[in-house]
Write a protein that binds this ligand. Structure first.
Ligand SMILES: [Zn+2]
Length: 251
């Protein structure tokens, strides 16, 4: 049975039977994989807290290809992002990030950039404040990395840059902006202010190491939330469970 090693982040955990756990991981080399950790429920000592949500580790697994599950053999913890676990708001944010990755990805499709982004955002969340703009930046960059990059700088039909028009509208189905002139006759368009479209576009394009410095206006935060939720729902066909958790906390 072939054995593999990769960097992995726990994105979902489930108790299974009397003593096992089924863990979903997002890995740098294999994308999303699901694995069984034998005895992990009974003896926490074997895996320590390497199999807790958010934990980043060097994972060793056997690929049995039975029921699509790998067998988790061992994990060397790299970072548990401890500060996330001590703050309810941060837990809600973290749950949202990992659920988004889980729902937006298929198994065994490697996307090292997405893995890297998840690792960086868990770090940002653990070391800094839980600001809602973190979620907006993560959402737009995930859409982009997974091939659903919304067009937010120019009109999808006439190619005019947004700056030259007034208020624009977004078509979720078409995947981006339509200027006032080109949006005639379309239904289900969402109005968006040029400022919001611009900061979302910048958040998607800028160097990942600088996203912590971005400042969203209040309007960009609520407009961005409404627009990106609709884009995500359009692609995954449901509302994320952790979105409700965030709403219950007033976020
Ligand atoms: Zn146009």
């Amino acid at each position: 049975m072939p054995q593999f090693k990769t960097s992995a982040i726990v994105i979902k955990t489930l108790d299974y039977g009397e003593s096992d756990r089924i863990i979903t991981l997002y890995t740098s080399d294999f994308g999303k994989i699901k694995g069984i950790a034998k005895g992990a429920k009974k003896s926490r000592r074997r895996f320590s807290n390497a199999l807790e949500l958010f934990t980043l580790s060097r994972l060793i697994f056997f690929d049995k290809r039975e029921l699509g599950l790998v067998r988790i053999e061992g994990c060397d913890i790299v970072n548990t992002f401890p500060a996330i676990r001590e703050d309810l708001r941060k837990i809600a944010f973290g749950c949202y990030l990992v659920e988004l990755v889980d729902e937006m990805t298929a198994e065994r499709e490697a996307n090292p950039d997405l893995f890297n982004m998840l690792r960086i955002f868990l770090s940002l969340l653990s070391d800094g404040e839980a600001k809602s703009q973190i979620l907006r930046v993560f959402e737009i960059r995930s859409l982009s990395l997974l091939g659903y990059r919304p067009e937010l700088s120019r009109c999808l039909r006439c190619d005019e840059p947004l700056e030259h028009g007034g208020e624009a509208r977004i078509s979720i189905k078409k995947g981006g902006l339509l200027c006032e002139r080109c949006s005639q006759g379309y239904i289900d368009l969402i109005p968006v202010s040029p400022g919001t479209a611009k900061i979302l576009h910048v958040a998607m394009e800028m160097d990942l190491s600088k996203v912590g410095r971005l400042k969203f206006s209040r309007q960009a935060l609520w407009e961005g939330e409404a627009i990106l939720s609709k884009f995500i729902q359009y692609h995954i066909n449901k509302e994320l469970k952790s979105k409700k958790f965030l709403k219950d906390l007033g976020m």
